[in-house]
Design a protein around this ligand. Structure first.
Ligand code: SPV
Ligand code: MG
Length: 587
């Protein structure tokens, strides 16, 4: 029987034989040809002509992320798995605890997993039990190292004692005799170089392990360059596949490994290390702020968690297995929120930076501003997105911004028309809940979330502090046309939660302005109808071609309440080089 011959991902569900070979999804019919076992997949990676890569994972979730990234196989790192349990890489977790951990990983992905089996957790007998259990749990292979139980991580201390060669060969033979799947892979790792022995000893051991039946040799080194590894390869040739772990010689170009004829590179601990950095930063920020708003759009969403653990599958399974009467009435998904991004203008204030692209395509920290804006909109649930292009329109394309269902519309008269003319290009999309935004604006996602929650047909986001902040910096107000006067100013009072309504927008008289519109507005389905009607009226009276968005909002507010949602910073637009410098510091 093959280990883990799943055709589809299964979520902790065993086949009828209880050995993980079954297909959990009944829709995969009996006539479906079984996919090759995961052990066969690992064997193909190890023995194949191309340089292969295994990425570290230490949990079901990280295993999913490795698969999502496109890797073909997983390294079940002893260091990362023990660290994720808060334990040391000294066999503090028992081998059955490791088995449970790797089982979660196997359940969470379809990828072959090479488990770091340390020394095999004892002698030949513990290796036999380990290999049989790994096969039963759909794990594709195991790597054992020629050290003594309990092990110590290779990067701690010097001259760790090695196992006797003959005794270690017995562990290898015991492993190969215990595998249930012919393709199960045993990788024998020699620590000879790590322990300070000469290359001849490393080669002697590798040869002995190869003869004992190892499917591949892992040659480990803790040097800062790959000279030991390349020296080993020069003498080893192609006796059998060689696996390496370039944690210490990380600066070596991957091409050098390819040229040396190495079979497989293990990126051994980089996800657990990345998660430590991310968790530390997030914890420190929340602790310091005693609030969440700064971190919300820098971390994965709750919806992302649901997707990673495949909540949809559970829903589909409920449809199959629950009695119909007990099923909750299906809730239709909410209609997608429409997003219209007005990105037609060049941005004269940016001079040569916009010679070949509109200002929304200027790089801010390595990504065009518009790409970041689209990400924020999508994360906020605005999915049905259209961008109205104009100046240097070829610069905005599916190659340069995240396309995912994006519609590109053109205002080819951008040089002689205003923003309302651009909005008219997207008029047909003004149906249902709609967000309209300038293409050169970046804002934190919580601002969009808050706008979506305002109970009004038309609501605009207004910064109550920007003018004050600019005055304090000695800067003039960059956007007199976006100044706003509402019927009440921003208030920090807990008790003052009455909504504010727009009275005037444009060049508001000095001293009367209560804030600055940030270029972001949200419409309810009825609000979208009101805007369509106003656009019709503007077309009829001839003002549509030249009008800017504040002019449209001024007209709307004369007939309908336009709610003002005050914010205090956490946004940027890019009109000048100073704005751009600010944007580049906006993370
Ligand atoms: C592991 O990832 O646990 C390894 C590789 O064994 S190393 O830490 O380099 O020894
Ligand atoms: Mg290890």
């Amino acid at each position: 029987m093959a280990c883990g011959a799943e055709a589809v991902r299964w979520v902790g569900v065993r086949g009828p034989d209880g050995l993980g070979s079954g297909v959990s999804h009944p829709s995969a019919g009996l006539s479906d040809r079984p996919a090759p076992s995961r052990a066969a997949a690992l064997r193909a990676l190890l023995a194949g002509p191309e340089l292969a890569f295994l990425m570290e994972a230490h949990s079901g979730l990280s295993a999913r992320i490795v698969e999502e990234a496109g890797f073909a196989g997983i390294w079940g790192s002893g260091l990362a798995m023990s660290a994720s349990l808060g334990l040391r890489d000294n066999n503090e977790a028992s081998w059955t605890q490791v088995l449970e951990q790797v089982e979660y990983m196997a359940d969470a992905t379809r990828l072959p997993i090479l488990l770091d089996g340390d020394t095999g957790y004892g002698n030949f007998n513990s290796v036999r039990r380990l290999v049989a259990k790994l096969c039963a749990r759909g794990v594709a292979g195991v790597c054992i190292e020629d050290k003594l139980f309990p092990k110590t991580n290779s990067f701690i201390g010097e001259a760790q004692p090695l196992a006797d060669v003959e005794e270690f060969c017995g562990r290898i033979r015991a492993a190969k005799d215990s595998q249930i799947d012919d393709d199960f892979c045993l990788v024998a790792r020699t620590e000879a170089l790590i322990s300070g022995h000469p290359m001849d000893e490393a080669l002697r051991r590798a040869e002995a392990y190869h003869r004992a039946g190892a499917d591949a040799i892992l040659i480990h080194s803790k040097q800062r360059t790959a000279h030991e590894i390349l020296g080993f390869m020069a003498r080893w040739g192609d006796r059998c596949p060689v696996v390496i772990v370039p944690t210490m010689y990380y600066a070596t170009p991957t091409a050098a490994f390819r040229e040396a004829g190495i079979s497989t590179v293990i990126w051994a601990n980089h996800l657990v290390r990345a998660s430590i950095t991310a968790m530390r930063q997030t914890a420190a920020r929340i602790h310091g702020d005693q609030a969440l708003s700064e971190v919300e759009d820098r971390i994965a969403s709750v919806r992302d968690i649901f997707a990673l653990v495949d909540n949809d599958e559970l829903e589909r399974a409920g449809d199959r297995y629950l009695p119909v009467a007990s099923l909750p009435a299906p809730v239709p998904p909410p209609p997608a929120v429409v997003g219209i991004v007005l990105a037609a203008s060049r941005g004269e204030g940016l001079g040569p930076l916009t010679a070949d692209r509109p200002k929304c395509m200027i790089d801010v920290r390595g990504r065009p501003l518009l790409a970041q804006l689209l990400d924020t909109l999508r994360q906020g649930g605005v999915r049905d997105l259209a961008v109205v292009r104009g100046y240097a329109k070829a610069a905005i394309s599916a190659d340069t911004v995240p396309a995912d269902g994006l519609v590109l519309l053109d205002n080819d008269d951008y040089a002689t028309t205003g923003e309302v003319a651009s909005l008219l290009r997207a008029e047909g999309r003004l149906r249902g809940e709609t967000v309209i935004v300038y293409g050169d604006v970046l804002f934190r996602r919580y601002i969009l979330d808050a706008l979506m929650g305002v109970d009004a047909d038309i609501v605009i986001a207004v910064d109550a502090l920007r003018q004050r902040a600019q005055a304090a910096r000695g800067a003039h107000s960059a956007h007199p046309r976006d100044l706003v006067r509402a019927d009440k100013p921003f208030s920090t009072s807990y008790l003052d939660d009455a909504p504010a309504t727009l009275q005037e927008i444009g060049a508001v008289a000095p001293g009367l302005s209560t804030g600055e519109w940030i270029g972001l507005l949200r419409l309810s389905p009825h609000g979208a109808e009101l805007v369509r009607a106003e656009l019709d009226a503007m077309r009829a009276d001839g003002s549509a071609a030249q009008a800017d968005m504040p002019a449209l909002l001024a007209r709307l507010s004369a007939r309908h309440p336009v709610a003002v949602h005050y914010i205090t910073g956490h946004w940027l637009d890019v009109d000048t080089v100073t704005d751009l410098a600010d944007a580049r510091n906006f993370s």
